[in-house]
Each structure stands twice: as structure tokens, then as C-alpha cells.
Design a protein around this ligand. Structure first.
Ligand code: SF4
Length: 366
């Protein structure tokens, strides 16, 4: 056996387990190198790998049939050796304010939601994506927190949401997505590897080539993983769902605070800021009579003094049987003014998509 065939034989052997018909795997779990080895292994030209990769990540096809520059027998071979487990649109709801909520079915029948938030005046078209089926963190104000965590989404399932909503955005608003926020169902830092892999695709030239500056990952606050983000030198934005500026109140609404108190979170965020020079946003849902007093504003100011941050006040969207209510508009404005007067960068975000349960904290596959 000469060198060429020997090499091919070993390539073939190295990927053999990947395409055993008994344990077929989603083809998108494999990188370009693996696919190149695969095609060499089955005696096909190496460039086939790049063609298939392009269909998978740039064109975002959902079947092998759509790969029209491959011969029919080759498409059949791919079907025999791999799965292609894309997500499927299940239901679309349109809000009066232009927000669109899309429910998707995953290959195993579980359902997740993504939301398209268009702000035409600012030419901003944002998709809010989910990263887990359900969530384990049981935040009191959040509908997803009432669902059990079932599993993490694969990187490809997260990318699918972005690709599909991008197409929808182009179709309905004639514009591509400008921003992506990981603020849908689930805690991104507890699906760390898959979230990071999805962002590598979304920002990669082989896929959407989006700038990481257009991506925000939002966490309920996992100190250890925030430090890991800094060590991994990420270029995207980080948001912390703060929602209360003292431990007693935060424990009450976000049980994760019991293991990740404000002291440890502030340390982690300071570490993140020093390493990445990227200003973190604090998300703060205004809950009537709970966290919206002048006193709460002063506590928040104290937390914002240590290193530069931005604050986003978010209008609450009451969920069924919620013990919380939304703050009055005047109260929110006064709260924001106190914080702004202290020299802190702060914006108030009005709720979007409330009529279709698409607003912050409302995603629950109803
Ligand atoms: S707010 Fe986020 S982290 Fe908290 S329960 Fe809801 S989805 Fe989970």
C-alpha cells in the first residue's frame, strides 16, 4: 500500500465511529477538518468538505437534498452517515409593536422560543435567543424559571435560531439582524461550551461574520464563569441580571445569589473589566415597592462606583400568579434620575412584545 492510500485508510479509520449507522451524529458537530478527513476516507475530493460546510453554516440548509452541487449518490451517502438536526418553526406570534415571537421545535420534540425585536428608528433589529430548554435557576419574576431545565441547546441549535430569525427579519423588515442577545430561555454560562461555540460560528467568516460587539451574553450571575469569560478573552458584551442591589433582596428573587453573592459577583465583574476593558451592563427589572425606592437607587449607585458599568432599567412584565407588579412610570423615572445624577450611565427600556408574552422574563412555551 503506497503513502496516499495508507493516509486515506487512516483518515477513514479515524472518522469511522462518526458515521456508524447505529450512532449517527449531527453533521454539524464536525469541523471542516473532520469533514475533509471523511471525504478523503470515502474516496471523494477534499473540496467537497468546504462545499458541505458552506451549505451547513452559510446557507443554513435543513436537508442534504438542498445541497444541489453534490451528486445524488453523494447526498445519499451523507444521509446514511450523518443526521442534520435543524430546528423547525412551530408557531409565530406578532405583537402590536412589531415584536415577533417564534416557537421552535427541536429534533427531540422539545420547544424553545426566540424573539425578534425591531427598532426601526434606530435601525436596530435584535434577536433574543434561548440557550437551554427550561432553566434551573428559578428566578421568581421569570416564567422560564418555573420550567425545569431539560437540557442545553447544541451550538447549532442556537445558530439555527439566529439564521432563521435573520431570514424572517429580511422577509418582514427588509433588513438583516444587527444585534444578538443571549437573554431568552436558560442561563448561558451554564451552557458555556455550547454558547461559546455558537458565537464562534456566528462571528466566523464561514457563517454570519457578525461582529462580537453586536452580541451580548446575559447572565443571572455565575461568578466563576464570569472569570472564565475574562480568561477566555471574549470580545462580546456581558450583561448581569442584577435586579437588586443588596444580598437580602437578591436572595429573595434570585436563589443563585446564595452561592454567588454580590461581593463575589462584583469581584468577578471587576476581573472581567480589567482583563477585557469591556464595560458590563447591569439589567435591573423595576418591581413595584420591592427594588424601586430612592434607597434602592442609592445602593445601586454604590455598586456602580467600583468600575465603569452601564445600567438598563427594564419595565417588568407580570407573569401569571406573580407576586410582583411593574413599577409606576413616574417611579422608574425618578429612580433613573437619581442614578443618572450620580454620574452613572443609565437607560430605561420600555417593555416590548408584552401582548404576546415575548417580553423579558415571559418566555415559557405557553
Ligand atoms: S431569568 Fe434567566 S436565569 Fe433566571 S430563571 Fe429566567 S431564564 Fe433562568
Amino acid at each position: 500500500m503506497g503513502d496516499g492510500p495508507k493516509k486515506k485508510f487512516w483518515n477513514y479509520l479515524s472518522i469511522l465511529p462518526y458515521f456508524c449507522p447505529m450512532t449517527k451524529t449531527d453533521i454539524r458537530k464536525y469541523g471542516l477538518q473532520d469533514l475533509t478527513a471523511y471525504f478523503e476516507g470515502i474516496g471523494e475530493a477534499r473540496f467537497r468538505a468546504a462545499q458541505v460546510y458552506d451549505w451547513l453554516w452559510k446557507k443554513g440548509v435543513s436537508t442534504f437534498e438542498e445541497m444541489t452541487n453534490l451528486s445524488q449518490p453523494l447526498r445519499e451517502k451523507l444521509k446514511t452517515h450523518f443526521d442534520l438536526l435543524t430546528i423547525r418553526e412551530d408557531m409565530v406570534q406578532h405583537s402590536n409593536d412589531g415584536t415577533i415571537k417564534i416557537r421552535y421545535v427541536l429534533h427531540d420534540g422539545h420547544k424553545i422560543e426566540a424573539v425578534l425585536i425591531p427598532v426601526a428608528e434606530e435601525d436596530r433589529y435584535t434577536v433574543c435567543v434561548s440557550c437551554q430548554v427550561g432553566c434551573s435557576l428559578t428566578c421568581k419574576f421569570c416564567a422560564t424559571g418555573r420550567m425545569k431545565r431539560v437540557r442545553n441547546l447544541d451550538a447549532a441549535e442556537i445558530v439555527d435560531q439566529v439564521m432563521l430569525v435573520n431570514r424572517l427579519c429580511e422577509r418582514i423588515y427588509g433588513r438583516k439582524l444587527t444585534n444578538i442577545v443571549y437573554m431568552g430561555m436558560g442561563e448561558p454560562l451554564l451552557a458555556y461550551a455550547n454558547v461559546m461555540e455558537s458565537i464562534a460560528h456566528i462571528t466566523g467568516e464561514h457563517c454570519l461574520a457578525m461582529s462580537p460587539k453586536r452580541i451580548t451574553v446575559s447572565t443571572a450571575g455565575v461568578s466563576k464563569m464570569i472569570k472564565k469569560l475574562a480568561d477566555d478573552d471574549v470580545k462580546f458584551n456581558l450583561a448581569l441580571s442584577l435586579h437588586a442591589a443588596d444580598d437580602a433582596k437578591r436572595n429573595e428573587i434570585m436563589p443563585i445569589n446564595e452561592q454567588n453573592d454580590l461581593k463575589s459577583l462584583m469581584e468577578a465583574i471587576e476581573y472581567f473589566y480589567k482583563k477585557t476593558k469591556n464595560r458590563v451592563s447591569y439589567e435591573y427589572i423595576a418591581l413595584r415597592g420591592f427594588n424601586d425606592s430612592d434607597e434602592d437607587a442609592k445602593k445601586l449607585i454604590k455598586l456602580c462606583r467600583r468600575f465603569p458599568v452601564k445600567v438598563n432599567i427594564i419595565e417588568y412584565n407580570p407573569i401569571e400568579d406573580s407576586e410582583f407588579d411593574k413599577s409606576e412610570e413616574d417611579r422608574i423615572n425618578t429612580f433613573a434620575r437619581i442614578v443618572r445624577d450620580a454620574g452613572i450611565m443609565i437607560t430605561v427600556r420600555r417593555s416590548r412584545g408584552r401582548d404576546i408574552d415575548a417580553a423579558c422574563g415571559q418566555l415559557a412555551n405557553k
